[in-house]
Design a protein. Structure first.
Length: 505
Protein backbone atom coordinates (compact mmCIF):
# COMPACT_ATOMS: atom_id res chain seq x y z
CA UNK A 1 0.00 0.00 0.00
CA UNK A 2 2.78 2.33 0.92
CA UNK A 3 4.31 1.84 -2.50
CA UNK A 4 1.31 3.04 -4.52
CA UNK A 5 3.11 5.86 -6.32
CA UNK A 6 3.31 7.60 -9.68
CA UNK A 7 6.75 9.09 -9.14
CA UNK A 8 5.24 12.55 -8.75
CA UNK A 9 5.99 15.00 -5.97
CA UNK A 10 3.14 17.08 -4.45
CA UNK A 11 3.91 20.81 -4.18
CA UNK A 12 0.66 22.34 -2.94
CA UNK A 13 -2.92 22.51 -4.22
CA UNK A 14 -2.11 24.41 -7.40
CA UNK A 15 1.45 23.38 -8.21
CA UNK A 16 1.05 19.89 -9.71
CA UNK A 17 2.35 19.72 -13.27
CA UNK A 18 1.83 16.44 -15.11
CA UNK A 19 1.92 15.15 -18.67
CA UNK A 20 -1.59 15.06 -20.32
CA UNK A 21 -1.46 11.29 -20.81
CA UNK A 22 -1.46 10.79 -17.06
CA UNK A 23 -5.10 11.96 -16.97
CA UNK A 24 -6.41 8.70 -18.44
CA UNK A 25 -4.18 6.76 -16.07
CA UNK A 26 -5.64 8.71 -13.15
CA UNK A 27 -9.21 8.01 -14.25
CA UNK A 28 -8.53 4.29 -14.55
CA UNK A 29 -6.76 4.14 -11.23
CA UNK A 30 -9.43 6.14 -9.41
CA UNK A 31 -12.39 4.33 -10.98
CA UNK A 32 -11.65 1.56 -8.52
CA UNK A 33 -11.83 3.11 -5.07
CA UNK A 34 -8.88 1.74 -3.23
CA UNK A 35 -8.43 1.18 0.44
CA UNK A 36 -11.91 2.37 1.43
CA UNK A 37 -13.59 1.15 4.58
CA UNK A 38 -14.67 1.85 8.10
CA UNK A 39 -14.72 -1.73 9.26
CA UNK A 40 -13.71 -1.68 12.91
CA UNK A 41 -13.51 -5.41 13.32
CA UNK A 42 -10.34 -6.81 14.80
CA UNK A 43 -7.84 -8.86 12.82
CA UNK A 44 -5.51 -10.93 14.99
CA UNK A 45 -6.44 -8.66 17.87
CA UNK A 46 -5.58 -5.47 15.97
CA UNK A 47 -8.36 -3.03 15.09
CA UNK A 48 -8.47 -2.39 11.33
CA UNK A 49 -7.52 1.06 10.03
CA UNK A 50 -10.16 2.60 7.76
CA UNK A 51 -10.88 5.79 5.78
CA UNK A 52 -13.45 6.83 3.17
CA UNK A 53 -14.68 9.89 1.17
CA UNK A 54 -18.26 11.01 0.48
CA UNK A 55 -18.98 13.96 -1.84
CA UNK A 56 -21.33 16.48 -0.25
CA UNK A 57 -21.69 19.26 -2.86
CA UNK A 58 -20.06 20.91 -5.86
CA UNK A 59 -20.26 24.37 -7.41
CA UNK A 60 -18.48 26.18 -10.23
CA UNK A 61 -15.49 26.88 -7.99
CA UNK A 62 -15.72 24.58 -4.95
CA UNK A 63 -16.08 21.01 -3.73
CA UNK A 64 -17.33 19.88 -0.33
CA UNK A 65 -16.73 16.34 0.88
CA UNK A 66 -16.93 14.30 4.09
CA UNK A 67 -13.97 12.31 5.45
CA UNK A 68 -14.65 9.39 7.79
CA UNK A 69 -11.84 7.48 9.50
CA UNK A 70 -11.45 4.80 12.14
CA UNK A 71 -8.55 3.61 14.28
CA UNK A 72 -6.29 6.35 12.89
CA UNK A 73 -3.74 8.52 14.59
CA UNK A 74 -3.42 11.00 11.70
CA UNK A 75 -5.56 11.89 8.64
CA UNK A 76 -4.65 14.30 5.84
CA UNK A 77 -6.11 15.14 2.42
CA UNK A 78 -5.13 16.72 -0.91
CA UNK A 79 -7.27 18.10 -3.80
CA UNK A 80 -5.77 18.73 -7.24
CA UNK A 81 -6.78 18.59 -10.91
CA UNK A 82 -7.24 14.99 -12.01
CA UNK A 83 -5.27 15.71 -15.17
CA UNK A 84 -2.17 16.22 -13.02
CA UNK A 85 -2.00 12.55 -12.09
CA UNK A 86 -2.02 10.32 -9.01
CA UNK A 87 -0.04 10.66 -5.78
CA UNK A 88 1.12 8.30 -3.04
CA UNK A 89 0.43 8.10 0.68
CA UNK A 90 3.72 9.75 1.64
CA UNK A 91 2.90 12.80 -0.48
CA UNK A 92 -0.56 13.12 1.05
CA UNK A 93 0.77 12.87 4.62
CA UNK A 94 3.65 15.24 3.89
CA UNK A 95 1.80 17.97 1.97
CA UNK A 96 -1.88 17.44 2.73
CA UNK A 97 -4.20 19.40 4.97
CA UNK A 98 -5.19 17.88 8.34
CA UNK A 99 -8.57 16.27 8.96
CA UNK A 100 -10.24 15.28 12.21
CA UNK A 101 -9.32 11.79 13.36
CA UNK A 102 -11.80 8.95 13.89
CA UNK A 103 -14.84 11.13 13.34
CA UNK A 104 -16.67 12.70 10.41
CA UNK A 105 -15.08 15.86 9.05
CA UNK A 106 -16.52 18.16 6.32
CA UNK A 107 -13.83 19.70 4.12
CA UNK A 108 -14.40 22.40 1.48
CA UNK A 109 -11.92 23.51 -1.18
CA UNK A 110 -12.52 26.82 -2.99
CA UNK A 111 -11.05 28.77 -5.92
CA UNK A 112 -11.32 25.84 -8.34
CA UNK A 113 -11.86 25.95 -12.11
CA UNK A 114 -15.39 25.32 -13.36
CA UNK A 115 -16.31 22.17 -15.26
CA UNK A 116 -13.01 20.52 -14.31
CA UNK A 117 -12.36 17.02 -12.87
CA UNK A 118 -10.51 17.05 -9.51
CA UNK A 119 -8.81 14.23 -7.66
CA UNK A 120 -9.49 13.96 -3.90
CA UNK A 121 -6.90 11.89 -2.03
CA UNK A 122 -7.09 11.06 1.71
CA UNK A 123 -4.50 9.13 3.76
CA UNK A 124 -5.09 7.70 7.27
CA UNK A 125 -2.20 6.50 9.42
CA UNK A 126 -1.62 4.59 12.66
CA UNK A 127 1.23 2.57 14.14
CA UNK A 128 0.26 -0.48 12.10
CA UNK A 129 0.18 1.07 8.63
CA UNK A 130 -1.44 3.52 6.17
CA UNK A 131 -4.75 3.43 4.27
CA UNK A 132 -5.57 5.66 1.28
CA UNK A 133 -8.93 6.60 -0.35
CA UNK A 134 -9.40 8.32 -3.71
CA UNK A 135 -12.34 9.91 -5.54
CA UNK A 136 -12.80 12.07 -8.66
CA UNK A 137 -15.43 14.80 -8.87
CA UNK A 138 -16.08 17.50 -11.49
CA UNK A 139 -16.95 21.07 -10.61
CA UNK A 140 -20.16 22.52 -12.05
CA UNK A 141 -20.30 24.34 -15.36
CA UNK A 142 -20.92 28.07 -15.30
CA UNK A 143 -24.53 29.04 -15.67
CA UNK A 144 -25.03 30.99 -18.88
CA UNK A 145 -27.91 32.94 -20.33
CA UNK A 146 -28.61 30.87 -23.44
CA UNK A 147 -29.49 32.50 -26.77
CA UNK A 148 -30.39 30.38 -29.80
CA UNK A 149 -29.48 31.92 -33.15
CA UNK A 150 -31.74 31.01 -36.09
CA UNK A 151 -30.27 31.25 -39.59
CA UNK A 152 -31.58 29.85 -42.86
CA UNK A 153 -28.57 30.54 -45.09
CA UNK A 154 -24.85 29.86 -44.79
CA UNK A 155 -22.11 30.44 -47.34
CA UNK A 156 -18.34 30.56 -47.53
CA UNK A 157 -16.78 34.01 -47.90
CA UNK A 158 -14.24 34.09 -50.69
CA UNK A 159 -12.07 37.19 -50.86
CA UNK A 160 -8.50 38.34 -50.38
CA UNK A 161 -8.91 38.53 -46.60
CA UNK A 162 -8.97 34.75 -46.29
CA UNK A 163 -6.32 32.23 -47.26
CA UNK A 164 -6.97 28.85 -48.88
CA UNK A 165 -6.79 27.19 -45.45
CA UNK A 166 -9.39 29.51 -43.92
CA UNK A 167 -13.06 28.69 -44.27
CA UNK A 168 -14.93 31.87 -43.32
CA UNK A 169 -18.62 30.92 -43.07
CA UNK A 170 -21.30 33.60 -42.97
CA UNK A 171 -24.55 32.57 -41.28
CA UNK A 172 -27.34 34.90 -42.35
CA UNK A 173 -30.99 35.14 -43.42
CA UNK A 174 -33.11 36.66 -46.16
CA UNK A 175 -33.88 39.65 -43.96
CA UNK A 176 -31.11 39.45 -41.35
CA UNK A 177 -31.33 41.06 -37.95
CA UNK A 178 -27.89 39.65 -37.21
CA UNK A 179 -25.15 37.72 -39.00
CA UNK A 180 -22.56 35.30 -37.66
CA UNK A 181 -19.05 34.92 -39.05
CA UNK A 182 -17.00 31.89 -38.02
CA UNK A 183 -13.49 31.46 -39.39
CA UNK A 184 -12.37 27.81 -39.45
CA UNK A 185 -8.78 26.68 -40.02
CA UNK A 186 -8.24 23.47 -41.97
CA UNK A 187 -6.17 21.86 -44.70
CA UNK A 188 -6.56 23.42 -48.18
CA UNK A 189 -9.61 21.85 -49.76
CA UNK A 190 -12.73 22.57 -51.79
CA UNK A 191 -14.91 21.84 -48.78
CA UNK A 192 -14.58 22.23 -45.02
CA UNK A 193 -13.53 18.84 -43.62
CA UNK A 194 -15.79 17.14 -41.10
CA UNK A 195 -14.68 17.20 -37.48
CA UNK A 196 -14.60 19.13 -34.22
CA UNK A 197 -13.29 22.70 -34.22
CA UNK A 198 -12.46 24.97 -31.29
CA UNK A 199 -10.78 28.19 -30.27
CA UNK A 200 -8.77 26.14 -27.74
CA UNK A 201 -5.21 25.28 -28.63
CA UNK A 202 -3.53 28.68 -28.84
CA UNK A 203 -1.56 29.01 -32.05
CA UNK A 204 -2.98 25.66 -33.24
CA UNK A 205 -6.65 26.58 -32.61
CA UNK A 206 -8.99 25.44 -35.40
CA UNK A 207 -11.32 28.47 -35.08
CA UNK A 208 -9.92 31.98 -35.28
CA UNK A 209 -11.45 33.79 -32.29
CA UNK A 210 -10.21 37.23 -33.33
CA UNK A 211 -12.05 37.17 -36.65
CA UNK A 212 -15.17 35.28 -35.55
CA UNK A 213 -18.01 37.50 -34.35
CA UNK A 214 -21.74 38.15 -34.22
CA UNK A 215 -22.80 41.38 -35.93
CA UNK A 216 -26.12 43.22 -35.77
CA UNK A 217 -27.81 45.07 -38.62
CA UNK A 218 -29.00 47.81 -36.25
CA UNK A 219 -25.46 49.16 -35.89
CA UNK A 220 -24.63 47.75 -32.44
CA UNK A 221 -21.02 46.83 -31.72
CA UNK A 222 -20.17 43.27 -32.84
CA UNK A 223 -19.90 40.54 -30.22
CA UNK A 224 -16.60 38.66 -30.02
CA UNK A 225 -16.41 35.35 -28.20
CA UNK A 226 -14.34 34.06 -25.30
CA UNK A 227 -14.61 30.49 -26.56
CA UNK A 228 -16.14 28.64 -29.51
CA UNK A 229 -16.72 24.91 -29.93
CA UNK A 230 -18.14 23.70 -33.24
CA UNK A 231 -18.84 20.41 -34.99
CA UNK A 232 -19.00 19.98 -38.77
CA UNK A 233 -20.71 16.95 -40.34
CA UNK A 234 -21.99 15.85 -43.76
CA UNK A 235 -24.44 13.14 -42.60
CA UNK A 236 -25.58 11.89 -46.03
CA UNK A 237 -22.82 12.59 -48.53
CA UNK A 238 -24.06 9.75 -50.80
CA UNK A 239 -27.52 11.34 -51.09
CA UNK A 240 -26.86 15.06 -50.73
CA UNK A 241 -24.04 17.33 -49.64
CA UNK A 242 -25.87 19.26 -46.96
CA UNK A 243 -23.76 20.27 -43.97
CA UNK A 244 -24.83 19.84 -40.36
CA UNK A 245 -23.00 22.54 -38.40
CA UNK A 246 -23.46 23.08 -34.67
CA UNK A 247 -21.62 25.70 -32.63
CA UNK A 248 -21.53 26.85 -29.00
CA UNK A 249 -20.16 30.39 -28.60
CA UNK A 250 -19.42 31.86 -25.18
CA UNK A 251 -19.35 35.63 -24.63
CA UNK A 252 -19.27 36.79 -21.02
CA UNK A 253 -22.30 35.30 -19.26
CA UNK A 254 -24.09 34.39 -22.51
CA UNK A 255 -23.97 31.15 -24.47
CA UNK A 256 -24.96 31.56 -28.11
CA UNK A 257 -25.88 28.38 -29.97
CA UNK A 258 -26.52 27.76 -33.65
CA UNK A 259 -27.54 24.64 -35.56
CA UNK A 260 -27.93 24.63 -39.34
CA UNK A 261 -28.50 21.73 -41.74
CA UNK A 262 -28.24 23.11 -45.24
CA UNK A 263 -26.08 23.57 -48.31
CA UNK A 264 -23.12 25.88 -47.83
CA UNK A 265 -22.70 28.43 -50.58
CA UNK A 266 -19.38 28.21 -52.46
CA UNK A 267 -18.58 24.88 -50.88
CA UNK A 268 -18.86 23.37 -53.41
CA UNK A 269 -20.74 25.39 -56.04
CA UNK A 270 -24.06 23.85 -57.09
CA UNK A 271 -24.52 23.71 -60.87
CA UNK A 272 -27.68 25.69 -61.68
CA UNK A 273 -27.50 25.06 -65.43
CA UNK A 274 -29.19 21.63 -65.33
CA UNK A 275 -31.75 21.99 -62.58
CA UNK A 276 -34.78 19.67 -62.57
CA UNK A 277 -37.75 21.10 -60.68
CA UNK A 278 -40.56 19.06 -59.14
CA UNK A 279 -44.23 19.97 -58.92
CA UNK A 280 -45.02 23.36 -57.38
CA UNK A 281 -46.71 24.04 -54.07
CA UNK A 282 -49.34 26.78 -54.42
CA UNK A 283 -50.58 28.68 -51.37
CA UNK A 284 -53.42 31.16 -51.68
CA UNK A 285 -53.14 34.39 -49.71
CA UNK A 286 -54.52 37.93 -49.43
CA UNK A 287 -58.13 36.69 -49.63
CA UNK A 288 -57.45 34.89 -52.88
CA UNK A 289 -56.04 37.92 -54.71
CA UNK A 290 -52.60 36.36 -55.00
CA UNK A 291 -50.84 33.06 -54.51
CA UNK A 292 -47.33 31.96 -53.57
CA UNK A 293 -45.96 29.41 -56.04
CA UNK A 294 -42.97 27.45 -54.74
CA UNK A 295 -40.76 25.26 -56.93
CA UNK A 296 -38.02 23.07 -55.41
CA UNK A 297 -35.48 21.14 -57.44
CA UNK A 298 -35.79 17.38 -57.15
CA UNK A 299 -32.43 17.25 -55.33
CA UNK A 300 -33.71 20.00 -52.96
CA UNK A 301 -30.67 22.17 -53.64
CA UNK A 302 -32.48 25.19 -55.11
CA UNK A 303 -35.81 26.95 -54.58
CA UNK A 304 -37.81 29.38 -56.71
CA UNK A 305 -40.62 31.40 -55.11
CA UNK A 306 -43.15 33.38 -57.17
CA UNK A 307 -45.69 35.79 -55.65
CA UNK A 308 -48.37 35.95 -58.37
CA UNK A 309 -51.49 38.12 -58.55
CA UNK A 310 -54.36 35.99 -59.84
CA UNK A 311 -56.55 36.60 -62.89
CA UNK A 312 -59.74 35.42 -61.21
CA UNK A 313 -59.56 35.34 -57.40
CA UNK A 314 -63.01 33.72 -57.26
CA UNK A 315 -61.77 30.51 -58.79
CA UNK A 316 -60.41 27.71 -56.64
CA UNK A 317 -57.57 27.13 -59.06
CA UNK A 318 -54.71 29.04 -60.66
CA UNK A 319 -56.10 30.52 -63.88
CA UNK A 320 -53.92 30.00 -66.96
CA UNK A 321 -52.24 32.96 -68.61
CA UNK A 322 -48.99 34.90 -68.80
CA UNK A 323 -47.55 36.16 -65.49
CA UNK A 324 -44.82 38.82 -65.65
CA UNK A 325 -42.23 39.93 -63.11
CA UNK A 326 -43.22 43.43 -61.96
CA UNK A 327 -41.42 45.92 -59.74
CA UNK A 328 -44.72 47.25 -58.39
CA UNK A 329 -44.02 50.87 -59.26
CA UNK A 330 -47.79 51.15 -59.64
CA UNK A 331 -50.41 48.96 -58.02
CA UNK A 332 -50.12 45.29 -58.86
CA UNK A 333 -52.74 43.91 -61.26
CA UNK A 334 -53.79 40.41 -62.23
CA UNK A 335 -50.94 38.65 -64.00
CA UNK A 336 -48.18 40.48 -62.11
CA UNK A 337 -45.46 38.69 -60.15
CA UNK A 338 -44.21 40.82 -57.25
CA UNK A 339 -40.45 41.08 -57.81
CA UNK A 340 -39.57 41.98 -54.21
CA UNK A 341 -41.52 39.03 -52.81
CA UNK A 342 -40.26 36.57 -55.42
CA UNK A 343 -36.80 35.06 -55.21
CA UNK A 344 -34.39 32.30 -56.14
CA UNK A 345 -31.95 30.61 -53.78
CA UNK A 346 -29.09 28.26 -54.62
CA UNK A 347 -25.52 27.82 -53.36
CA UNK A 348 -26.45 29.69 -50.21
CA UNK A 349 -27.18 32.84 -52.22
CA UNK A 350 -30.56 34.57 -52.21
CA UNK A 351 -31.61 36.85 -55.04
CA UNK A 352 -34.86 38.68 -55.70
CA UNK A 353 -36.31 38.35 -59.19
CA UNK A 354 -35.93 41.30 -61.57
CA UNK A 355 -37.40 40.19 -64.91
CA UNK A 356 -39.01 37.38 -66.85
CA UNK A 357 -42.30 35.64 -67.47
CA UNK A 358 -44.11 32.49 -66.39
CA UNK A 359 -46.68 31.03 -68.78
CA UNK A 360 -49.34 28.79 -67.27
CA UNK A 361 -51.77 26.58 -69.18
CA UNK A 362 -54.14 23.70 -68.37
CA UNK A 363 -54.73 20.77 -70.74
CA UNK A 364 -57.94 18.78 -71.28
CA UNK A 365 -56.95 16.35 -68.52
CA UNK A 366 -56.57 19.26 -66.05
CA UNK A 367 -52.79 18.93 -65.91
CA UNK A 368 -50.85 22.17 -65.46
CA UNK A 369 -48.08 23.28 -67.78
CA UNK A 370 -45.57 25.87 -66.51
CA UNK A 371 -42.99 27.50 -68.78
CA UNK A 372 -40.64 29.50 -66.53
CA UNK A 373 -38.05 31.98 -67.78
CA UNK A 374 -36.97 34.48 -65.08
CA UNK A 375 -33.81 36.22 -63.89
CA UNK A 376 -32.75 37.29 -60.40
CA UNK A 377 -30.74 40.30 -59.18
CA UNK A 378 -27.53 38.23 -59.21
CA UNK A 379 -27.89 37.65 -62.95
CA UNK A 380 -28.89 34.01 -62.61
CA UNK A 381 -31.38 32.79 -65.23
CA UNK A 382 -33.89 30.19 -64.10
CA UNK A 383 -35.44 28.51 -67.11
CA UNK A 384 -37.43 25.27 -67.07
CA UNK A 385 -40.76 23.62 -67.88
CA UNK A 386 -43.03 21.59 -65.68
CA UNK A 387 -46.13 19.57 -66.58
CA UNK A 388 -48.34 17.56 -64.26
CA UNK A 389 -51.43 17.36 -62.09
CA UNK A 390 -51.56 19.66 -59.06
CA UNK A 391 -53.58 18.26 -56.15
CA UNK A 392 -53.96 21.72 -54.57
CA UNK A 393 -56.05 22.96 -57.50
CA UNK A 394 -59.77 22.36 -57.07
CA UNK A 395 -61.88 22.52 -60.22
CA UNK A 396 -65.14 21.06 -58.92
CA UNK A 397 -68.34 23.07 -58.25
CA UNK A 398 -71.44 21.42 -56.82
CA UNK A 399 -75.07 21.96 -57.82
CA UNK A 400 -78.27 20.50 -56.40
CA UNK A 401 -81.39 19.15 -58.13
CA UNK A 402 -84.70 18.66 -56.38
CA UNK A 403 -87.17 17.96 -59.18
CA UNK A 404 -87.17 15.73 -62.24
CA UNK A 405 -89.49 14.99 -65.16
CA UNK A 406 -89.08 12.37 -67.89
CA UNK A 407 -91.18 11.92 -71.03
CA UNK A 408 -90.75 9.78 -74.12
CA UNK A 409 -90.51 11.99 -77.20
CA UNK A 410 -90.46 9.10 -79.62
CA UNK A 411 -89.32 5.54 -79.61
CA UNK A 412 -85.78 5.42 -78.26
CA UNK A 413 -85.70 9.11 -77.34
CA UNK A 414 -86.53 10.60 -73.93
CA UNK A 415 -86.89 14.18 -72.75
CA UNK A 416 -85.45 14.84 -69.25
CA UNK A 417 -85.78 18.05 -67.20
CA UNK A 418 -84.32 18.78 -63.77
CA UNK A 419 -84.75 21.80 -61.49
CA UNK A 420 -83.02 23.07 -58.36
CA UNK A 421 -80.16 25.47 -57.75
CA UNK A 422 -79.45 24.98 -61.47
CA UNK A 423 -81.72 23.95 -64.35
CA UNK A 424 -80.82 21.06 -66.59
CA UNK A 425 -82.63 19.70 -69.67
CA UNK A 426 -81.71 17.41 -72.57
CA UNK A 427 -82.82 14.48 -74.69
CA UNK A 428 -81.47 10.98 -74.21
CA UNK A 429 -81.13 8.54 -77.08
CA UNK A 430 -81.44 4.93 -75.84
CA UNK A 431 -83.62 1.91 -76.40
CA UNK A 432 -84.64 2.19 -72.74
CA UNK A 433 -83.50 4.02 -69.63
CA UNK A 434 -81.33 1.60 -67.68
CA UNK A 435 -78.57 1.93 -65.14
CA UNK A 436 -75.27 3.00 -66.71
CA UNK A 437 -73.36 5.91 -68.28
CA UNK A 438 -74.75 8.38 -70.82
CA UNK A 439 -72.09 10.69 -72.32
CA UNK A 440 -72.89 14.05 -73.92
CA UNK A 441 -72.13 13.63 -77.62
CA UNK A 442 -72.99 14.79 -81.12
CA UNK A 443 -75.52 12.56 -82.83
CA UNK A 444 -73.08 11.85 -85.62
CA UNK A 445 -70.42 10.68 -83.15
CA UNK A 446 -72.58 8.59 -80.82
CA UNK A 447 -72.52 4.82 -80.99
CA UNK A 448 -74.93 3.77 -78.25
CA UNK A 449 -76.95 5.39 -75.48
CA UNK A 450 -76.03 9.07 -75.14
CA UNK A 451 -77.25 12.60 -74.43
CA UNK A 452 -77.82 14.58 -77.62
CA UNK A 453 -75.49 17.61 -77.25
CA UNK A 454 -77.71 19.70 -79.55
CA UNK A 455 -80.55 19.45 -77.04
CA UNK A 456 -78.46 19.99 -73.92
CA UNK A 457 -79.09 23.06 -71.73
CA UNK A 458 -77.54 23.94 -68.36
CA UNK A 459 -78.12 27.21 -66.51
CA UNK A 460 -77.60 28.92 -63.16
CA UNK A 461 -79.47 31.86 -61.62
CA UNK A 462 -76.84 34.08 -63.30
CA UNK A 463 -77.35 32.67 -66.81
CA UNK A 464 -76.51 29.83 -69.15
CA UNK A 465 -73.36 27.75 -68.72
CA UNK A 466 -71.83 26.26 -71.86
CA UNK A 467 -70.69 22.66 -71.48
CA UNK A 468 -68.05 21.08 -73.71
CA UNK A 469 -68.35 17.52 -72.42
CA UNK A 470 -69.77 15.46 -69.60
CA UNK A 471 -71.98 12.54 -68.73
CA UNK A 472 -75.01 11.42 -66.80
CA UNK A 473 -75.00 8.20 -64.82
CA UNK A 474 -78.17 6.41 -63.86
CA UNK A 475 -77.25 4.85 -60.54
CA UNK A 476 -80.65 3.37 -59.75
CA UNK A 477 -84.00 3.35 -61.50
CA UNK A 478 -87.11 1.72 -60.04
CA UNK A 479 -90.82 2.28 -60.50
CA UNK A 480 -91.05 4.71 -57.59
CA UNK A 481 -87.43 5.84 -57.11
CA UNK A 482 -84.51 7.02 -59.28
CA UNK A 483 -80.96 8.28 -58.65
CA UNK A 484 -78.95 10.21 -61.24
CA UNK A 485 -75.48 11.82 -61.05
CA UNK A 486 -73.95 14.39 -63.42
CA UNK A 487 -70.43 15.53 -64.23
CA UNK A 488 -70.31 18.48 -66.61
CA UNK A 489 -67.15 20.21 -67.90
CA UNK A 490 -67.49 23.94 -68.65
CA UNK A 491 -66.75 25.29 -72.11
CA UNK A 492 -65.53 28.76 -71.08
CA UNK A 493 -63.54 27.94 -67.94
CA UNK A 494 -62.11 24.93 -66.16
CA UNK A 495 -64.95 24.22 -63.76
CA UNK A 496 -66.30 20.71 -63.38
CA UNK A 497 -69.93 20.80 -62.29
CA UNK A 498 -71.14 17.86 -60.23
CA UNK A 499 -74.75 17.30 -59.18
CA UNK A 500 -77.11 14.53 -58.13
CA UNK A 501 -80.83 13.86 -58.06
CA UNK A 502 -82.48 11.28 -55.79
CA UNK A 503 -86.24 10.94 -55.65
CA UNK A 504 -89.31 10.23 -57.71
CA UNK A 505 -90.12 11.21 -61.25
Amino acid sequence: MKNLICGIKQRGLSAWVRKPQHFLHALIMCAVILFIGCDQSEVDGIKKLGVKIEIEATSESSISFKISSSNATEVRYLVAKASEGMCDAEEILADGLPSKVNQEYIAKVNNLDRNTPYLIAVAAKNNNGIEVAYDIVTTSSKRYDEVTLDFSLVRRLLNESYSETEFALLFTDVDPECELTLVFNAEPNEILPEGNYSTDGGFNATIDAKRSFLSSTNGDEPIYFDKIDAKVQIPHRDIRDKYLITADMYAGDTLYTVVIYDYVGNMPVYDTSNMVFGYPVIREKNQGKCATIIFNTEDEKATLVLEAYLYNPNRMYLMPGEYKISSGESDFVAGDIDAQSSWFIANGYYGELVSGVVNVSIDDDYNYNFVVDVEDELGRIVKFEYSGFLPEMYFVDQFTLNSAAISEVESGRYRMEFGGSHNLSFEVCAESLTEGSYPIAEASEAQSQYIDKATFSFSSPLGDIAIKRGEMRILEIEEDFVEFSFELHSQDDYCIWKGRYRGVI
